[in-house]
Design a protein. Structure first.
Length: 200
């Protein structure tokens, strides 16, 4: 039974491709096999608010109700496995491993949502950007170099800032010696203690 949750149906999505849309029937949940996925909401005035970024191994699509309230899109080319909600109760009740894994994924998403809420509540742009960089470093491969799949606009829409503010803040952090910027999407943390202190 556990294999049912491990496999899923896998699809490849190109950058910016839609995985599901706000208002679509909520019949499946998903796991990122490779690449990066974002979930977001488009406001009536055209603005986009990014709710979360999902990296390889992360699960997403955990929404209550019959319809999705967010859209999910590929940030980079990615492979995504989908799992039908229908029949999950029977699988989980018959298999403790599946039940534990599903609960773990749900709690992980709840924790990240709470952390994102705390990031948005920070007062300054530098605190928000520092918190984002620490999170990406912690979730990525070990080391102080972050290779971002997302563009500056994605960062801005996630942090509730403008793209100009994000770019200006990254330059400020570089001048202060907390990071270096070898390229637009490669960021090296040069003073993790100070960056973590700023993010707090």
């Amino acid at each position: 039974m556990a294999a049912s949750l491990r496999r899923g149906n896998c699809c490849i999505f190109l950058p910016d491709a839609e995985i599901y849309a706000d208002g679509c029937d909520n019949v499946s949940f998903y796991k990122v096999v490779s690449g990066v996925v974002r979930t977001c909401k488009f406001r009536s005035d055209g603005r986009r608010q990014i709710d979360a970024f999902y990296l390889p191994g992360d699960m997403f699509g955990f929404e209550t109700g019959a319809e999705h309230r967010l859209s999910a899109e590929a940030v980079s080319e990615c492979a995504v496995a989908s799992y039908r909600w229908r029949g999950l109760d029977a699988i989980a009740s018959a298999d403790d491993w599946t039940a534990r894994q599903f609960l773990s994924y749900a709690l992980q998403n709840l924790r990240r949502a709470q952390e994102h809420s705390l990031v948005l509540g920070r007062r300054s742009a530098s605190q928000k950007v520092a918190a984002f960089l620490i999170d990406m470093a912690d979730r990525g491969p070990a080391g102080q170099t972050i290779d971002l799949a997302m563009a500056r606009q994605d960062m801005a829409d996630y942090l509730g800032l403008t793209i100009e503010t994000v770019s200006r803040t990254l330059s400020q952090l570089e001048r202060e010696g907390l990071i270096s910027l070898p390229s637009a999407r490669r960021i090296c943390i040069t003073n993790r203690i100070a960056l973590h202190r700023l993010s707090s």
